[in-house]
Design a protein around this ligand. Structure first.
Ligand code: KG4
Ligand code: ZN
Length: 339
């Protein structure tokens, strides 16, 4: 079975071809031009998707050595994401489905991340606990099967990736901030500043807004201008901030592992690219003698391989969507298992 996946929820246009369990292509075109605006400009993102989506589909098919008419299933990200951006890939996919007379499956982007570990050779085993950390979401989930997902915790304010991006901006780094904070953290002293870790009513929830404010206050208190922070002190702030985020994330996963009996642990989403977080999650899995599955970097950030894979698992479970399906910009809990 040949599955075509299209992802255009934010600032990456991605097209993948999955042939049975073999990934034939996973092309990702990143819109780097947003960095000069300090964040993603929705309208520019939609226009760029529009220009690249068709040639990217052609390239992915060429690389896969699969003809368009040999595609058996079309899948695309339905949301959450930027509505104008989503519309481009979603509408293109529906058009292909109509013209080829092939089934269409609309995929929840977060579900794509949740099951991205299945793109690896060593796959998660059910039930598993997964920490989803991206630019828009921070979720701790108990996953019983491909169709049963239970939410244990979420963020009450900023997402983990959002916190990385905002603090990076405060420190004068460009967008996206995560990779730059990680690079600076390697040079800095993570124990230099004791930034706060929020405690919340639901023990599995997260909050990063207080931490973000604490970093801002620290900068304002100690420096007259962000440009005057000496390089080594900037690195210390970045490292201390990263330690606080990673500790907050790991603490909640640790608590959940004490309570829930699982076979594996998974870490997914853009922030799963963070080396420190990957190491700490791996150590945690070792402590609980669990299998750990953290996707390769190409499957952590937004990619269409995870969309094709999730679409296929839904199709195998009997799900398909009509061409009246619409994309949705935000996530509501009942959109989780629904597919
Ligand atoms: O999953 P993703 O590509 O897009 C969304 O669905 O949001 O996640 C993007 C986020 C950004 O906030 C980016 O700063 C963060 O992932 N990120 C990182 C790293 N690489 C990307 N955060 C921390 N450390 C990294 N190495
Ligand atoms: Zn994502």
């Amino acid at each position: 079975m040949n599955v075509l996946g299209i992802e255009t929820s934010c600032d990456e246009t991605s097209v993948a071809v999955l042939s049975d369990d073999k990934l034939m292509a996973n092309l990702i075109s990143s819109q780097d031009f947003h960095s000069k605006y300090g964040g993603v400009v929705p309208e520019l993102s939609s226009r760029a998707h529009l220009q690249i989506v068709k040639p990217l589909v052609e390239d992915a098919l060429k690389q896969s050595e699969i003809k368009l008419e040999d595609i058996d299933l079309i899948t695309a990200t339905a949301g959450p994401g930027l509505i104008g951006a989503l519309l481009v890939g979603f509408t293109f996919a529906k058009g292909l489905s109509f013209s080829l007379g092939k089934p269409f499956v609309a995929v929840n982007h977060i579900e794509g991340h949740i099951f991205s570990g299945f793109l690896m050779e060593e796959k998660p085993e059910f039930p598993f606990l997964v920490l989803v950390v991206s630019g828009g979401h921070t979720l701790l989930l108990y996953v019983k099967s491909f169709t049963e997902i239970m939410q244990l915790g979420t963020t009450v304010d900023d997402a983990a990736g959002e916190a990385f991006d905002k603090v990076a901006k405060m420190l004068g780094y460009g967008y996206p901030g995560g990779p730059q904070i990680q690079a600076a953290s390697k040079r800095g002293d993570e124990n230099k500043i004791d930034f706060p870790i929020a405690g919340l009513k639901n023990e599995y929830d997260f909050s990063f807004s207080g931490l973000k404010t604490a970093v801002l206050r620290y900068i304002q208190k100690n420096y007259d201008d962000v440009n005057n922070i000496p390089g080594n002190e900037r690195d210390d702030i970045a490292a201390s901030f990263q330690r606080a985020v990673v500790t907050a994330l790991i603490n909640n996963v640790d608590k959940a592992l004490h309570k829930f009996d699982v076979k594996s642990l998974s870490l997914v989403g853009g922030v799963a690219a963070n080396a420190e977080l990957r190491n700490k999650m791996t150590s945690l899995a070792e402590k609980f003698k669990l299998k750990i599955v953290i996707p390769d970097l190409e499957f952590c950030g937004d990619n269409a391989a995870m969309i094709a894979l999730r679409g296929k698992t839904l199709f195998d479970a009997g799900v398909s969507h009509t061409l009246t399906a619409k994309p949705y910009p935000s996530l509501s809990p009942d959109q989780f298992q629904a597919g």
